[in-house]
Design a protein around this ligand. Structure first.
Ligand code: GLC
Length: 765
């Protein structure tokens, strides 16, 4: 669309460009956001930036159209190759056709605009589409040509990661995806284009270096990552702006730090949220759910939380309690509390249409629900039958919804589980033109869909922060880039099938690489019936997933750990116990994430990006930087092919020393999930406890492995925001072959009663 570059103009940190025959009102621009982040922007909408993922000072500045002074821009000059924009760490060169190329400081190309002709694509004729559809196939219409798009060159060795909860393998190269929050109950397959979450951020790992692209357009967006051609990838949208951030960095980790600098970092949660959670859709009564709590304790299974699914509500009306079946909610929850069990209650956005129901009446009176273009309140169907949709993009609606959380907090709940917020609808999809609000102006569903869950999470977070005074525990199914500031997440309705435990590993890893560090799958699988073997393997995977929740659907075989016989019960206990031992390690990782954006659970490639063997490794992951997990995800398997990257490793179970950079087979009977600890690692542990807080968290155990290593350990009250005023301890721990030195970097919280160092070695285990 753009022709010859004719002039440029520097305004603060932005450089605006003009091209031959360029429409007057379109002024493409490149802005240096930081030393290694550039924003590329074409204001097709005429409304400027309308980012909902970047908040705080930067987001406000972008949205207001204000510019900074020169900011991080070092120089701009017209050279042979085009207009050269330099920061201290990167260079962007803009040339004819608004081609933007990015180089590192040494002049090495990181990402170039694609120069060649675009392939005609794999578009099908009308006849071919008809034929395919006759047998019920969805016709893959080939790469869509869209109004807003960018085509960038791919190198042979480039691998692509991120993109949120997308299905399939870790490396997304060669595949095409869409960003449109989707509730599709069919068992998910590798070829699903979209799921519940839209996170239009990808990381590209090159032979040398890495970079990220964050396409901040919350309309429906498309990513073709080398499906159409080996030579380029395309991202685009039907509408909105071309608004993307190029994030440079030395490696994948620094790209992630850059992305979370823009969109925010997953904050510290309450410590108990890292414990074990039990859930099920279909605990029909107070009596049934009480039994679950009692069974947990009877079987000596540590457990911190039981989730209350839609069954607790009165006719699925949000912010109500079913007094008939669930009796006195306050009493149930306070009895749970006495047992050390917290309750998380589900809330859906769909508000039942019912005269006299306060939430409905208030929302109608205030005009808080989405409307049809004719101004009628828009009605579709969700669990309660006819339902209306709160317009969360309206700040007033968010304040109202935040206040509604008080109902749950007063009842004694400890967190909220936001579901069905794509938003889901049972009578066909919401039409594109349903009218919502985008902060200060009406906006169609098409534009608001992908941020509906995000705005709902934001409202819930604000409410819990204000009325509970604790760190809000919000879980969501749908979200957008930046939601990690407000909410944790789970991967929605998976099934109790082996392909879904396999898929969980790359899915969780890519979610972590997309900013959502606190994430988990429904352990055992949500739909379909779980088998004892599958459950045993899934509890092993769950043990190392940040959100560790057993959940399943109404009508499916019961799935609590004691439902599968003695062997599986004792395997479950073994891994839930291990999880409780590892709580301080998880907590340290959560702190690291808050500070840097590096997720708790990581694909191997994030830690060992030079290692060719891990670029496509789908069945192993790192928990932090020190523990490698190689879960068994195949039915019948009693051995596992393990790959350990360079260095020395120790088998967690036997202490056997293993040299890295090799594949080997380890036996993996049903009760063994292979785990390897890096040489020199120190793993902080707590003794097993039935729930967080039932001892004083007084004893810290440091397991030191042979070798040299160091780490940071973090400790605070695990509950509120006092740590932000300095009420925490931070220890620097160094390990010289089992000689462990502990120093304090920061003192602001009470000391441990005792710190016990346990030296591990192949001789002493
Ligand atoms: C949706 C959720 C699931 C929940 C069910 C009933 O399917 O994804 O987790 O149990 O609704 O609320």
């Amino acid at each position: 669309m753009f022709k010859k570059l004719t002039e440029y103009q520097v305004e603060g940190a932005r450089v605006y460009f003009r091209f031959e025959k360029n429409r007057e009102n379109i002024r493409p621009c490149v802005e240096a956001i930081s030393e290694d982040i550039f924003n590329v922007f074409i204001d097709y909408s005429g409304m400027g930036h309308r980012t909902r993922s970047i908040e705080g000072e930067l987001g406000e500045r972008l949205n207001s159209g204000e510019n900074t002074d020169q900011g991080k821009l070092e120089s701009v000059s017209w050279e042979e190759s085009g207009v050269v924009i330099r920061t201290s760490k990167m260079t962007a060169i803009v040339s004819d056709g608004f081609r933007v190329d990015f180089y590192d400081k040494e002049g090495m190309p990181l990402s170039l605009a694609y120069q060649g002709a675009r392939k005609s694509g794999t578009g099908l004729s009308k006849e071919a589409v008809e034929l395919l559809e006759k047998e019920g196939h969805a016709a893959a219409a080939g790469s869509k040509r869209v109004n807003v798009q960018e085509i960038r060159a791919l190198d042979k060795s480039d691998c692509i990661y991120g993109l949120g909860d997308k299905m399939g393998c870790l490396n997304k190269r060669h595949y095409a995806y869409e960003m449109w929050n989707t509730d599709n109950p069919d068992p998910q397959e590798d070829n699903f284009k979209s799921l519940y979450k839209s996170i239009p951020f990808m990381l590209v790992l090159k032979e040398k270096g890495a970079y990220g692209i964050f396409f901040d357009n919350h309309n429906k967006t498309y990513f073709d990552l080398g499906k159409e051609s080996e030579d380029y990838y395309v991202f685009g949208a039907d509408s909105g702006n071309l608004d993307y951030y190029f994030i440079g960095g030395k490696n994948l980790k620094s790209v992630l730090t850059g992305y979370t600098y823009l969109t925010g970092r997953a904050p510290m949660q309450q410590l108990w949220t890292l414990g074990f959670h039990q859930s099920r859709w279909g605990y029909e009564s107070e009596k049934e759910i009480r039994t679950i709590a009692q069974e947990m304790r009877k079987h000596e299974l540590p457990c911190d939380c039981i989730h209350f699914d839609i069954d607790y509500m009165d006719h699925y009306k949000v912010f109500t309690w079913n007094k008939e079946t669930y009796k006195d909610g306050k009493k149930v929850l306070s009895d749970f509390k006495d047992m050390g069990i917290k309750a998380v209650t589900i809330i859906d956005p769909g508000v039942k249409v019912e005269k006299g129901y306060d939430v409905y009446e208030e929302g109608i009176k205030e005009g808080y629900f989405a409307k049809t273009p004719d101004g009628e309140v828009y009605v579709n169907e969700v669990w309660p039958g006819d339902a209306v949709y709160p317009d969360f993009g309206n700040p007033k609606v968010r304040i109202w919804w935040a206040e509604k959380q008080k109902f749950l907090i007063d009842m004694g709940a400890a967190g909220v589980w936001n579901d069905m917020n794509e938003p889901a609808s049972f009578r066909g999809p919401l039409p594109d033109d349903v009218v919502f609000t985008d902060e200060d102006r009406p906006a169609p569903h098409l534009e608001m869909h992908n941020i509906y869950g995000h705005n709902m999470a934001k409202a819930a977070y604000e409410g819990w922060k204000k009325f509970s005074g604790k760190r809000p525990f919000v879980i969501t199914r749908a979200c957008y880039s930046g939601s990690q500031k407000y909410t944790t997440g789970w991967t929605g309705d998976n099934h109790s099938i082996w392909s879904h435990i396999r898929m969980a590993v790359p899915q969780l890893c890519n979610l972590g690489l997309s900013g959502l560090s606190f994430i988990g799958t429904d352990v055992g699988g949500f739909g379909s019936d779980c088998t004892p073997e599958l459950f045993a393997r899934w509890i092993q995977l769950g043990c190392f997933s940040p959100l560790f929740r057993d959940h399943c659907a109404k009508g499916c075989k019961p799935q609590e750990p004691w439902q599968f016989g003695e062997e599986v019960l004792s395997i479950s206990r073994k891994y839930i116990n291990l999880r409780y031992e590892l709580l301080p390690y998880f907590y340290d990782l959560m702190r690291e994430c808050e500070l840097t954006g590096i997720p708790m659970i990581r694909p191997l490639v994030l830690e060992f990006e030079k290692d060719e063997n891990v670029k496509n490794r789908n069945d192993e992951f790192m928990l932090g930087d020190r523990i490698l997990i190689s879960p068994v995800v195949e039915q019948g398997a009693r051995e596992k092919l393990i790959y350990l990257p360079k260095g020395k490793w120790y088998d967690y179970w036997t202490g056997e020393e293993k040299e890295g950079e090799q594949f080997f087979v380890r036996s993996a009977p049903l009760d063994v999930c292979p785990i390897y600890v890096k040489a020199g690692a120190v793993i902080p542990k707590y003794p097993v406890r039935m729930y967080v807080g039932n001892d004083k968290d007084d004893l810290l155990i440091l397991e030191a492995y042979p070798g040299e290593g160091d780490c940071t350990h973090y400790q605070d009250n695990g509950e509120d925001f006092r740590y932000q005023e300095g009420a925490y301890n931070e220890y620097r721990i160094t390990n010289h072959n089992g000689m462990v030195k502990i120093e304090k970097n920061h003192q602001g919280y009470r000391e441990y009663g005792q710190i016990l160092v346990k030296t591990k070695s192949k001789y002493k285990f």
